[in-house]
Design a protein around this ligand. Sequence first.
Ligand code: ADP
Length: 192
Amino acid sequence: MSARLVLLGPPGAGKGTQAARISERLNVPAISTGDIFRANVAEQTELGKRAQRYMDAGEYVPDEVTNAMVRDRLAQTDAVDGFLLDGYPRTADQVAELDGMLATAGTRLGAVVELTADTDEVVTRLLKRAAEQGRADDTESVIRRRLEVYAEQTAPLADLYAERGLLVQVDGIGALDEVTDRIMTALEPKLA
Ligand code: ADP
């Protein structure tokens, strides 16, 4: 079985944690654009240098940079039979680009999972993570900006995927295992 999935949801909804778990269960690579950008920033690659100032401000990295990176990543052999995209697409332009990449490969998405969590909960989680991990973009003002950008540019993508019959919404509040089970249950009919 091959699964081609997208995980949507606001910062702090738990996408990264759940992506790792779902990817293991379905045996597909989890591809996190945020993780790839952070690794490039840490290594100070050209890509990292281009992305860093946007990330630090809570803004999206320009589409052309992000799209090219994802195109390269999806072309790698481990992603040919399936993938779980975490944090991409995040803009209408990225949706169109992904559509093009998949059409060229003769494939299509199987489902888009939207992990939901209310704003108070995600802010609490992100501030807690800030205290524990010290991620550069987890300061209160940057968190606020990330949530705004999400609401403006990414939240509308859920409607777009719902119109295509691909969207499943899952409550991201609860114990980790519980949320994973909810996602797996919600995906079942889509993966059949
Ligand atoms: P979060 O969802 O908690 O905001 P991520 O780790 O997914 O965190 O992303 C961190 C940052 O990386 C984003 O704020 C943004 O600057 C950049 N980024 C990640 N994915 C994308 C994307 N698809 N398009 C543009 N920028 C992105």
